[in-house]
Design a protein around this ligand. Structure first.
Ligand code: ADP
Length: 430
């Protein structure tokens, strides 16, 4: 079994998937774990991504969980570590990015040379660029992008050097665009200069993917890199150049899984509504009615029977128009309605798994979380990308022994024919 090379800690689930997909595209076989695996669990992969839910929890907890993840990743043999956060740098003056970066550096830097990390949330493909330390979202500064009104992490200062400095006891510096433009050697020289000056964390400017590749190259010898998934674009190449990636196949190869499939939709977002309509035009579907659930009607049993009675793949959906959702929420309360639907879809997934369904396409972030938990899935091998941000995946390490094919998408992701594309990808087509 090959030892993992790159160990990543992500502060939320979809961010972890995004990063994992990026690494697979860079040629690294990647597994994403849901939370920190039990000590002693070993996974065969080039890159491991531990998905935490630590973005908005108290900083102490985020530090504790991140260190636990680091400990497991070190035990897997990883030689470089990556702390992944959002490309809009979602955080407050209390954390969690600064405190977690500090704690990881404290734990990793036994040698002075290791006591430095860059911080670069830039993701130009999605319009996040950094210039002179200032983060832009599209054409506007971060604090004019709507992020200043975020309910949990309002971003009112676009200057990331100042933001990070308020979060950390370490001295924060900047690697300016002028240096990035001169190439990897110039960046390495600048890092040395910053270290001489006592800087431990430095924001790096980046305006294009080319900048991220250059930065990635310059980060070859850093033990810790922090940032958005964009900065991970350039990291796999370092392992290729050092001849450390020896797997003969494609990084996104997934073994074929036999068995039936189902599509479960618990998102009410615009994209999912369109995907449900498209599917229903030509294929079998079963609607989950939250009101019927609240009355204790056998909705779950009926849905399972519907799926069992069809040879073709069926869609089971709670997806409704905004007006219908409002009406249901008015009658049941938004939280209760949400939980009823999530629990029902989770229970349908478990029942179908028990009668031989092995491939699940799930629409909705919370819905995916509930389904994955119900299926007892602990880690996912990342396969080919279906649509941006959504790869085909396969579960490993479930206690029940057999692997499941999973395509988990947040509500608003994917083209209108996403469900059919996802099923094709789960059946081995690319
Ligand atoms: P998204 O990724 O689009 O945000 P989520 O699964 O995270 O999707 O959230 C959608 C929420 O809406 C879930 O809690 C789900 O149970 C709930 N929900 C789904 N269908 C309905 C419905 N018809 N009425 C009320 N709530 C619903």
């Amino acid at each position: 079994m090959a030892q993992a090379l790159l160990g990543c800690i992500a502060d939320d689930f979809t961010g972890a998937t995004d990063l994992a997909s990026m690494l697979v595209r860079g040629g690294m076989r990647t597994v994403q774990t849901i939370g920190v695996p039990a000590a002693g669990t070993s996974i065969d992969a080039d890159a491991l991504v531990v998905a935490l839910k630590s973005r908005t929890i108290p900083a102490d907890d985020a530090v504790r969980q991140s260190l636990k993840a680091l400990e497991w990743l070190r035990a897997q043999g990883c030689r470089q570590f990556f702390f992944k956060y959002c490309s809009t740098y979602d955080s407050t003056d209390k954390g969690n990015i600064g405190p977690v970066a500090d704690a990881l550096l404290d734990a990793l830097s036994s040698r002075r040379e290791d006591d430095f990390a860059i911080a670069c949330p830039a993701f130009p493909e999605n319009g996040r660029t950094i210039f002179r330390g200032n983060l832009f979202v599209g054409d506007v500064l971060l604090n004019k992008s709507g992020m200043e009104n975020h309910p949990l992490t309002p971003m009112t200062d676009p200057n990331l050097v100042s933001v990070l400095q308020r979060q950390t006891k370490s001295k924060v510096g900047l690697i300016r665009y002028d240096t990035i433009a001169k190439g990897a050697d110039a960046i390495r020289a600048r890092i040395e200069e910053l270290k001489e000056g006592g800087v431990r964390l430095a924001i790096a400017d980046a305006m294009s993917d080319a900048d991220l590749y250059t930065l990635g190259k310059a980060c070859r010898d850093l033990t810790l890199v922090t940032g958005g998934s964009g900065i991970a674009l350039g990291l796999p190449q370092n392992f290729h150049s050092a001849d450390l990636l020896v797997y003969a196949g494609h990084a996104d190869d997934l073994p074929k899984i036999e068995g039936k499939s189902v599509v479960l939709a618990g998102s009410t977002s615009k994209a999912t509504n369109a995907q449900v309509t498209e599917w229903r035009a030509s294929r079998p579907s079963f609607r989950i009615d939250p009101i019927a659930l609240s009355r204790g009607e056998p909705v779950v049993e009926n849905a399972v029977e519907f799926a069992r009675s069809h040879d073709r793949t069926v869609l089971i959906y709670a997806t409704s128009s905004p007006d219908e959702v409002k009406a249901v929420q008015k009658e049941l309360g938004a939280e209760k309605a949400g939980h009823l639907v999530e629990d029902a879809l989770a229970s349908i997934a478990r029942n179908l798994r028990d009668v031989g369904v092995r491939k699940f396409v799930v629409a909705g972030g919370e819905t995916s979380g509930a389904v994955v938990q119900a299926l007892n899935v602990r880690s996912l091998r990342i396969g080919p990308q279906i649509d941006p941000g959504v790869p085909a995946t396969q579960s490993i390490g479930a206690e029940d022994g057999f692997p499941l094919g999973l395509a988990l998408k947040s509500g608003n992701f994917g083209t209108v024919d996403f469900f059919a594309k996802a099923l094709k990808a789960l059946n081995g087509g690319k």
